[in-house]
Design a protein around this ligand. Structure first.
Ligand code: FCB
Length: 481
């Protein structure tokens, strides 16, 4: 009897699977285990095959942005040489060895449309076409980020997201990408971490350059840019769905849940709640609830009354929801009552004795965030599109090996908490480590190593760290989740 029931159950689920394949052209998705990178941080070849100058080429080479943080000028001109096919094929082979089934990477707009809006560069398209084929041939599902912080510098000089036309410029580029790669790529990402782009990196630059605009007012003018990016996101989702490409499109947000420095101090708790709304609510609420959090709007409006998102914009954003949400989780925002809400003071608060380079290690907040997405935001499909860390002094080669127990502990604990949330009903579909390889870390240049694979920046030699082998075990243990 039991066997018969089991047989029926099996044939039923087989039928369901078949219907899915025949009707929807889709198989049930496996749980994705992978690593992530972004074009500017890994590709190098900054003037190859007709690539145009990008915002980050400009910031690193001409502004010398890393000087403000590390006191030295560093660039992604060479990075870790991953534009080179001979190089990246070896790198993909390492991911195969890892047992990964997904690879998240980004496309460089300044390669594909060098001047931002004009002619499309066929060489760049052919390059990415080949890369996508090679990723698929290595048994990896490509998660393709269309825009990861970087874009042609000419558009930045026209105001970037400060210019309303940026939405059309982005749509033109996104449409080229979707039409060219949409048959092979089943997971597109519209944008990466608008909060970090507008409120962290641009804020930092603003402090260096434009001291005449008070930070609070500046903060609110950044809201306008972020809002435009959310509209572009919704437009790209609308376009993608109209193309019927049988895949999914989503957006990636950094999530940093607010945590009080001292949970027994009312001022800390209040400040943490407010910071939480500014970092997470300002993006999650419009995407999933069609409105900005009232508390943020009330307290911020006075600094820039010109930011007045229209009801139709908000309805449009809510109507074109992402098919999935990518979350980049590194650490909560630990906040003290005295921190000004519009400053980035919280970034310095870290109670840990041994400090990681991505903030306090508190993996339970990843769990809390996943449960919150389930309860408060309609339980969307979530992929953890970045999680990882580094500790000063850990990434050193000794006898040809890199022993990184603190990174191993970090990854293991975050995976444990993430899977606990999944078990409790959070709709989690994958987990990706930032990063596969040590690479160019934006304002910190090459001083922060976050890879599972060590890179010798002079020789481009790769050495898998101990964490690579431990992550491999983790993937093996949870295969078939
Ligand atoms: C995230 C970025 C990613 C990388 C990690 C460490 O904010 O998305 O490119 O720099 O931080």
């Amino acid at each position: 009897m039991f066997n018969k029931m089991k047989q029926r159950k099996i044939s039923l689920s087989f039928l369901l699977l078949l219907t899915n394949i025949l009707v929807f052209g889709q198989k049930k998705q496996p749980f994705y285990w992978g690593v992530a990178t972004a074009a500017y941080q890994v590709e190098g070849a900054y003037q190859t095959d007709g690539k145009g100058e990008s915002k980050w080429d400009f910031l690193t080479n001409k502004v010398g942005i890393t000087q403000f943080t590390i006191g030295e000028k560093q660039t992604g001109n060479v990075a870790i040489n991953m534009y080179d096919r001979t190089q990246y094929l070896k790198d993909l082979a390492l991911l195969k060895q890892l047992g990964a089934n997904a690879y998240r990477f980004s496309l460089d707009w300044s390669r594909i449309i060098p001047d931002g809006t004009g002619a499309v560069n066929e060489k760049a398209l052919a390059h990415y076409d080949q890369l996508i084929d090679d990723v698929l041939a290595a048994g990896l599902e490509p998660f393709v980020t269309i825009y990861h912080f970087d874009y042609p510098v000419v558009l930045m000089q026209k105001g970037g997201w400060g210019n309303p036309a940026m939405i059309d410029w982005y749509m033109n580029y996104a449409s080229v990408v979707m039409k060219r790669f949409g048959k092979k790529v089943k997971h597109f990402i519209t944008f990466n971490e608008p909060y970090i782009e507008f409120f962290l990196v641009e804020n930092m630059l603003h402090e260096q350059e434009n001291k005449h605009i008070p930070p609070k007012e500046y903060y609110m003018s950044q809201m306008q840019k972020a809002h435009r990016q959310l509209i572009a996101n919704a437009k790209a989702i609308e376009l993608y769905h109209s193309l019927h490409l049988k895949g999914q499109i989503g957006i990636v947000l950094n999530v940093n849940p607010g945590a009080a420095w001292n949970a027994n101090n009312a001022a800390d708790v209040k400040a943490a709640n407010f910071q939480d709304i500014l970092i997470n609510g300002l993006f999650l609420d419009p995407l999933y609830k069609g409105k900005y959090p009232q508390m943020a709007m009330d307290s911020l409006a006075k600094y820039n009354p010109s930011f007045q998102p229209s009801a139709s914009d908000l309805a449009f954003i809510a109507h074109n929801k992402p098919d999935f949400l990518g979350i980049n989780f590194y650490a909560p925002a630990v906040v003290k009552g005295e921190d000004s809400a519009m400053s980035l003071k919280w970034l310095d608060n870290n109670p840990d004795a041994v400090k990681s380079n991505v903030g306090p290690v508190m993996p339970e907040y990843l769990y809390k965030m996943l449960i919150r997405l389930k309860k408060d935001y309609g339980n969307p499909t979530v992929y953890i599109t970045e999680n990882g860390t580094g500790f000063a002094g850990e990434d050193v080669v000794k006898d040809g090996k890199i022993n990184d127990p603190l990174r191993i502990d970090y990854i293991q604990r975050h995976v444990t908490w993430a899977l606990k949330a999944k078990k409790e009903g959070a709709n989690l579909g994958g987990y990706m480590v930032w990063s596969g390889w040590d690479n160019f870390e934006w304002v910190s240049g090459y001083t922060k190593r976050l890879g599972l694979i060590y890179v010798d920046y002079k020789t481009q030699e790769r050495i898998p760290k101990q964490s690579f082998y431990e992550y491999k075990q983790l993937i093996k243990k949870h295969k078939g989740l």
